[in-house]
Design a protein around this ligand. Structure first.
Ligand SMILES: NC(=O)c1ccc[n+]([C@@H]2O[C@H](COP(=O)([O-])OP(=O)(O)OC[C@H]3O[C@@H](n4cnc5c(N)ncnc54)[C@H](OP(=O)(O)O)[C@@H]3O)[C@@H](O)[C@H]2O)c1
Length: 254
């Protein structure tokens, strides 16, 4: 890449987002990490600086339209306009469909789809003007197939994949790409929370619940956050891939 690129990673305080921010820092990108928990985004930004990167921590709730605009302007002032947006912030709560309520449904859509919509709306016009940009949406295998007890999460991730595909078609040929990464279960707090929930509801041990989730991945193992980060780095360097869903399911790759 010719110029120093600026990346904004939502949900960058822990888990997958943190791994992506640090992988980008190693690649020489300037990184802004945004999430609600200030202590965590500051931790990631400090670690990115230790790797030699320019980094900024931003406290942000991606569901707040005005705050999203303010955050993007803060990043532009401190680091420059956003060249790479990673829509990674997300939530996943499981419940049988009949036990979900409207709050549960709307919470998933707001964080997992409306957040990416708001962020993308802020940065895409600038990317198109400059003729270079990358939008990487962290969806899920749940964005491509159904599973029980996660109807709101699954619907929100299908919507995120739909947004990815529609936008990719709209910006094609203008130097901007929009892609989604679709991992199976990844070794982060999200899975540990899910395993605790399964353990509480089924009487299995936490370790057994983790093993059940690992076996549910087609590759039979949990995916490491670094694997998702490596896929994001590849998409940053790749000019041609647009509108794709990059599947990470733990299967061996050739
Ligand atoms: N772990 C998996 O098995 C898995 C599999 C497939 C896809 N994914 C997707 O990967 C992404 C990252 O998940 P993870 O596994 O790293 O989970 P995680 O450890 O729970 O991290 C989620 C991140 O999103 C942030 N976030 C949540 N709500 C937010 C909001 N309203 N505004 C701003 N930030 C918010 C959290 O920070 P705050 O709480 O501080 O705001 C946190 O930094 C999610 O989109 C998830 O759906 C995960």
């Amino acid at each position: 890449m010719a110029a120093r690129r600026v990346a904004l990673i939502t949900g960058g305080g822990r888990g997958i987002g943190r791994a992506i921010a640090l992988a980008f820092a190693r690649e020489g990108l300037a990184v802004a990490v945004a999430a609600r928990t200030r202590r965590q985004v500051e931790g990631t930004a400090d670690d990115a600086r230790d790797l030699g990167a320019t980094a900024l921590a931003v406290a942000l709730d991606v569901t707040e339209p005005a705050a999203v605009g303010t955050a993007v302007r803060e990043v532009a002032r401190a680091l420059g306009p956003v060249d790479v947006l990673v829509n990674n912030a997300g939530i996943a709560e499981s419940a049988p469909f009949a036990k979900t309520d409207l709050d549960h449904w709307e919470r998933h859509l707001r964080v997992n789809v409306t957040g990416p919509y708001l962020l993308t709306r802020e940065v895409l016009p600038g990317m198109l003007e400059r003729g270079w940009g990358r939008v990487v949406n962290i969806a899920s295998l749940a964005g491509l197939a159904g599973a029980p007890y996660v109807s709101a999460y699954t619907a929100s991730k299908h919507a995120l994949v739909g947004l990815t595909r529609a936008l990719a078609a709209e910006v094609a040929g203008q130097g901007v790409t929009v892609n989604a990464i679709c991992p199976g279960y990844v070794a982060t707090d999200m899975v540990w929370r899910g395993a605790r929930n399964i353990a509480a509801k089924t009487g299995r041990s936490f370790e057994e619940a983790v093993a059940v989730m690992a076996r549910a991945n087609p590759g039979g193992r949990l995916i490491e956050p670094g694997e998702v980060a490596a896929a994001a780095v590849t998409l940053v360097h790749d000019e041609r891939t647009n509108g794709e869903t990059v599947i990470l399911d733990g299967s061996p790759r050739n």
